[in-house]
Design a protein around this ligand. Structure first.
Ligand SMILES: *Cc1c(COP(=O)(O)O)cnc(C)c1O
Length: 351
């Protein structure tokens, strides 16, 4: 019989609706050129996939370590950072102590807490989508959570929480996870703390910089902390193809990725200005590769009408505090234009 706690869960959802322009999952919209694909095909054709891959993922770790300016001993890799969130939610603190996170935020923090039967200590973000420090400290003192997650910048609101608030909450004795899935777009990090302190780790991922399909998540922390959490990692969690493709992408082909990331940052500012100039649209400033925006049109209807025009964005209006809100990922210039045009079209029809 399935545990009632598990039965009551609702699984992580993403939309499978096909649309010409897919701006719903914060992926990097990039078509890798023929020579890149050819090189990958060559390497894969020689892959001894009848064998298990390297369980220590040493070669990929060396490349990641070099890219992020850390040592391999500071790294643990996961099948996406989602897997690392599971590990943290089971490994940190006593099971009868809760997990703290501000909401609305990335849904995996709450899902993992439920999976492991830990109390969800949620605090509502203020009207600027920042942490309400006073309320948070009160809640932390009352509930004594062992672990806190901060999406930095926050998905789906796009902003960076105040550093001071994060540090104050941590100083109450809460192990702190900075989920920096969008680091390449924000350039802000707690890396130094993660390397120096035993109560802080940083999560990164290759998913938002062009490799979502490879499923490679990265945890960075002090050697002693990493060593302990490593004990629960499933062996061979990074597949052979992922290990070799990620290695190629982070070395030979990395300039290609860097160039696209910088283009997305420029496009983010362009799309933000365009949304700001539209009557009845309120975009929120973003340090990530997506923009959350609110309109007066019922969000379900707008979402559907955009799909009819070939553009898929993410509907967040079901989340408390995000009524009327949709989130658009920043894609290629022509995709962003298609989105802006479709939105303008709907606004005109509804006027
Ligand atoms: C996308 C995202 C992740 C998931 O990353 P994967 O490495 O693809 O599992 C984690 N955290 C946040 C905040 C995200 O937006």
């Amino acid at each position: 019989m399935v545990n009632p706690r598990i039965k009551s869960l609702s699984a992580y959802k993403t939309e499978r609706t096909s649309a010409r322009v897919k701006l719903s999952s914060n992926e990097l919209s990039i078509e890798f050129p023929g020579d890149v694909r050819k090189r990958i095909a060559e390497v894969l054709s020689e892959l001894p996939f009848n064998r298990y891959p390297d369980p220590q993922v040493q070669e990929l770790k060396e490349v990641v370590a070099q890219r992020f300016g850390v040592r391999t001993e500071n790294l643990m890799l996961g099948n996406g950072s989602d897997e690392l969130i599971y590990y943290l939610s089971v490994a940190i603190g006593d099971q009868n102590r809760g997990i703290f996170y501000p909401v609305p935020t990335f849904s995996m923090y709450g899902i993992s807490a439920q999976v492991f039967g830990r109390e969800r200590v949620e605090i509502r973000l203020n009207s600027f989508f920042d942490i309400d420090l006073e309320e948070s400290l009160r809640l932390v003192q009352e509930k004594k959570p062992a672990l806190a997650y901060f999406s930095y910048p926050n998905n789906p609101t796009g902003n960076l929480f105040s550093e001071k608030s994060i540090v104050s909450i941590r100083s109450q004795g809460v192990f702190t996870v900075l989920d920096e899935a969008y680091f390449h777009y924000s350039k802000r990090t707690f890396l130094k703390d993660a390397l120096e302190r035993e109560d802080t780790v940083v999560l990164r991922t290759l998913s938002k910089i062009g490799m979502a399909g490879l499923r490679v998540g990265i945890m960075i922390g002090k050697e002693e902390v990493i060593k302990d959490i490593e004990k629960i990692r499933l062996p061979f969690n990074i597949t052979y193809p992922s290990q070799v493709i990620a290695r190629l992408m982070l070395t030979e082909f990395y300039p290609l990725i860097e160039e696209e990331v910088e283009r997305v940052i420029r496009e983010r500012e362009r799309v933000y200005s365009a949304l700001l100039s539209m009557e009845g649209v309120e975009p929120f400033p973003s340090s990530a590769n997506f923009i959350l925006f609110r309109t007066y049109i019922p969000a379900d209807l707008l979402h559907k009408k955009l799909i009819e025009k070939g553009v898929l964005v993410r509907n967040f209006s079901y989340m408390e505090g995000l009524e009327g809100c949709l989130r658009v990922s920043i894609g290629k210039p022509e995709e962003n234009d298609a989105f802006l045009e479709a939105l303008e079209g709907v606004l005109k029809e509804m006027a």
